[in-house]
Each structure stands twice: as structure tokens, then as C-alpha cells.
Design a protein around this ligand. Structure first.
Ligand SMILES: NC(=O)c1ccc[n+]([C@@H]2O[C@H](COP(=O)([O-])OP(=O)(O)OC[C@H]3O[C@@H](n4cnc5c(N)ncnc54)[C@H](OP(=O)(O)O)[C@@H]3O)[C@@H](O)[C@H]2O)c1
Length: 307
């Protein structure tokens, strides 16, 4: 299954979720499980920690469920860590404390994978290597990955870390297409905007690093929540292809992403059970989608023809 469930929306306004909020989280998790999803994505900061707490309470309601799931979390963003904004901290002290906090909130003894949420220029790859080793030795983290990194940053990290980096989680989909645009605009004036991420998809493919795409439903832009006229034009095309393919619009938006040969995993974030179910056939739609449909969707979403 190349869908994962992103738990960012499962939190609440208070550190301890209320029972109706846990019910809501339960409905989302259960629906995701029913459509075949087994990978659940967290971060220490989602809902100020309340998303992990709600998820932990859902696990407690379903004995045996944890063993069936792959649970990953992220660390490194410090909300309000700088005057006027956030900071990123991948120091060993911060990461170890973050993992302990996540395990406590989730009510589990290890996470299946830990992702470094964003790069921290003040922490060297050597220091990160030592932190990964300490977590692996403690048995609290089984695998390691990164998020929001480009090819050069991952290559730099891999010069020091002694364990596989097997995931890079980045924003990617029919709306946020930077990693794909970079690949078709080589030597074109428009390429400058995408230059930093050029080659990232290829690098990940070459090094067995799974790309996990966040924002794959474009926050509903093409499936009922357009933000402007361009979104509406793309949404009409999505609807037309949904009818032609006998699929839901959500599966068409996700199918577009999953058709890429690098075996991307889409991390869906809707908490609505009906919308989660609407994603179920994304992989079949990716198979059935024609080249014409794929290029037409891309052209519509970018708002201008390919060069
Ligand atoms: N690594 C990172 O830096 C990073 C950053 C952001 C997110 N993430 C991960 O990626 C996951 C998914 O991100 P995302 O939530 O931005 O992705 P998404 O699946 O594209 O968008 C889902 C969000 O859009 C809303 N939405 C509104 N109308 C919708 C519609 N018609 N169809 C679908 N969604 C609609 C959903 O609200 P409802 O719940 O009401 O449907 C939900 O808040 C997160 O949960 C998190 O795990 C990672």
C-alpha cells in the first residue's frame, strides 16, 4: 500500500484530548486501517503533542493494533524556539528528549522510524550519527529518515551516519510540484525557482530512499476546496477523469502522484472518514491513468504549457 496516514489533524487545542476528540481520531485511524493503510505518520509538535496522545489512546482502545502498524514520528522543530518564530534543533539532547516524549504520549516502547523534521545547520552529521546510534542501541527507534531535505543535504548526512536513511518526507503533489518541475525545466529560465531541489527524486531513487509525499491531496484544492480560478479549472479536469476512470476525484489526485515510477508514498492528512475512503483506490487509478491524462493534469495545475 503506497498510502500512509498523516496524523497532524488528530490533535486538539488542549494537551489532553477530550473523549470526543479521541472518538474522532479513532474514526480516522480505523477508516485508514480499513482501506489498508498500516503506516502512520506523527511529529512531536502535532497539536502540541496532543495528536500523539490521541493516537496513543486509540491504540489503547484496540489491543493488538500497535503490532500491525508501522508508527513513525518526527523531531527537531521547536515551535517558538526563536524570537519571532520557530527554530530547528537536532542536538542529541533535544532529539533524545523528543523521542522519550513521543513514546510516552503514544504509549509505546519504540517507534518504527524517526524522521529529522527539518535540517538544523548547527548540528553536524557526525553528531546526528551518534544520536542515531544511541537511539538504536536503546531500542527506542528501529529506522531513520529525514524530511524537507534536498539531495545534497542527504548526501552530506550520509557521509557520517552509520545506519540507513530510508525515507525523505517532502511536500509533493499535483499542487506542490517543485521536485517534479525541477526535472523538466533543466536549462530553462523558470528553473531557478526549483534549482535547490533538482535531482532530489533521482537521488532518493538511486539510494533506496522512499519519498513520502505530504500534502498529496493539496488540502482539497482540486476536490472541493478550490482557492482560486486555476484550482477550479484543474478540479474540473480531475472530475472529468474521475468519471472516465470510474474513480473518486481524491483517487485521481493521488493517482497522478503515485504514477511516478519512483514508488512515492502519499501521506494523506484528511480526518474525514468519507474522504479517507475516497483515497482507497489511488494505486489502481495510477495504473489506469493514461499518459495523456497525466500530462494534462500537470499542465492544468501549473497553469501554463510545458516548455
Ligand atoms: N514533514 C513535514 O514537514 C510535514 C508538513 C505537513 C504535513 N506533514 C504530514 O503530512 C500529512 C498530510 O499533510 P496535509 O494534511 O497537508 O495533506 P492533505 O492530505 O493534502 O490535506 C489534508 C488537509 O486538507 C483538508 N481538506 C479540506 N478539504 C479537503 C478535501 N476536500 N479533501 C482533502 N482534504 C481536505 C483536510 O481537512 P479535513 O481533515 O477536514 O478533511 C486536512 O486538514 C500530515 O498529517 C502530516 O502527517 C508533514
Amino acid at each position: 500500500m503506497r498510502l500512509a496516514y498523516g496524523c497532524m489533524g488528530l490533535g486538539s487545542a488542549t494537551p489532553t484530548p477530550k473523549s470526543d476528540e479521541v472518538d474522532r481520531a479513532d474514526a480516522a485511524v480505523t477508516t485508514a486501517y480499513e482501506i489498508g493503510i498500516r503506516l502512520f505518520d506523527h511529529a512531536d509538535i502535532y497539536g502540541g503533542g496532543s495528536a500523539e496522545t490521541a493516537f496513543g489512546q486509540v491504540l489503547a482502545r484496540h489491543p493488538g493494533l500497535r503490532e500491525e502498524l508501522e508508527i513513525q514520528t518526527k523531531c527537531g522543530i521547536v515551535i517558538g524556539g526563536a524570537e519571532g518564530g520557530n527554530a530547528y534543533d537536532l542536538s542529541q539532547e533535544h532529539v533524545l528528549a523528543s523521542v522519550d516524549g513521543s513514546l510516552d504520549r503514544l504509549g509505546i516502547d519504540h517507534v518504527d522510524r524517526l524522521l529529522l523534521h527539518r535540517p538544523d545547520p548547527l548540528t553536524s552529521p557526525t553528531a546526528i550519527a551518534d544520536t542515531f546510534d544511541a537511539l538504536a542501541a536503546a531500542g527506542t527507534v528501529r529506522a531513520f529518515g529525514v524530511s524537507n531535505m534536498d539531495a545534497a543535504q542527504i548526501a552530506h548526512l550520509r557521509t557520517a551516519v552509520r545506519r540507513p536513511v530510508d525515507v525523505n518526507q517532502v511536500e509533493l503533489g499535483l499542487h506542490h510540484r517543485d521536485l517534479l518541475e525541477a526535472g523538466v525545466l533543466v536549462n530553462h529560465p523558470d528553473a531557478t525557482a526549483y534549482a535547490p531541489v533538482a535531482g532530489t527524486l533521482d537521488y532518493c531513487a538511486d539510494h533506496a530512499i522512499t519519498v513520502q509525499a505530504y500534502g498529496p491531496l493539496a488540502q482539497g484544492r482540486f476536490t472541493g476546496q478550490p482557492r482560486g480560478a486555476e484550482d477550479e479549472a484543474t478540479a474540473r479536469l480531475v472530475d472529468r477523469y474521475a468519471t472516465a476512470l470510474g474513480a473518486t476525484p481524491e483517487a485521481v489526485v493521488l493517482g497522478w502522484l503515485l504514477k511516478h515510477p519512483s514508488e512515492i508514498v502519499a501521506v494523506i492528512g484528511t480526518t474525514d472518514p468519507g474522504r479517507i475512503r475516497a483515497c482507497a483506490t489511488a494505486e489502481q487509478v495510477a495504473e489506469a491513468m493514461t499518459r495523456d491524462q497525466w500530462w494534462s493534469l500537470w499542465t492544468a495545475a501549473r497553469g501554463k504549457p510545458m516548455p
